[in-house]
Design a protein around this ligand. Sequence first.
Ligand code: ADP
Ligand code: MG
Length: 261
Amino acid sequence: METQNLSPDAPLVIAADVRKHFGPLEVLKGINVSVQKGEVLCIIGPSGSGKSTFLRCINQLERIDGGAIWVGGELIGYRREGDNLHELNDAQIARQRRAIGMVFQRFNLFPHLTVTENIIEGPVQVLRENPNEAKKRAHALLERVGLYDKRDVYPAHLSGGQQQRVAIARALAMQPQLLLFDEPTSALDPELVGEVLNVMRDLAQTGMTMIVVTHELGFAREVSHRTAFMDQGQLVEVGDSRSVLANPQQARTREFISAVH
Ligand code: ADP
Ligand code: MG
């Protein structure tokens, strides 16, 4: 498997000139960005600018048309033999995807499984973990997201915020080296947004590497180390979150931030 000789301070994620089109529609027009281990990068930007597509490319829900992505020193979707690149087979892609957790806007829990069963499904079925061990870890994760008392209920009995916290625990149960969030609070009633952001803030403080697409500029400013503004398939501006949000250098970033506020 392709690994670069990366130094300990090398970025965990590197995107280099990443391009993606759907038919004639160019959705990603050369994305360059890197994320250090333990870093939180927020991506903000208007609807349709390519934010979800970029996350989906990192997680191989989409295949890129140009450029390259490395995660943990491994080229995503390909292996190199000399000067040639070969596409990975399904099993190799599945193995790479397991190292990356993703939390979506819609909490996609299995409705016919309890909270604990939702969390242990991946570890038991995919990682072949012992079910009792997996259950112990699931309960510890539920403590961490403040939902231990809901361990045996079905998702339908939880609020949207609680379901999203279970979805985060479920992603963590796979022990990912990277977590991707695609507007994790956009589908929630306003009063439930804070509890999910608090869990994400705790994760950030424990050193989890995260890429978060969000419209929550307060979260971006307070929790993320760097913020990137995406517009029309390009990262228009990337920098220290406080500077980008308080003092954006690009006119398009300024317009977006004042419109969201
Ligand atoms: P964002 O998450 O920033 O709102 P998306 O990445 O979802 O943006 O979409 C970027 C553009 O790509 C949009 O114009 C969208 O309609 C288009 N798009 C996304 N997925 C597909 C697809 N599977 N097929 C065709 N067009 C798509
Ligand atoms: Mg999106």
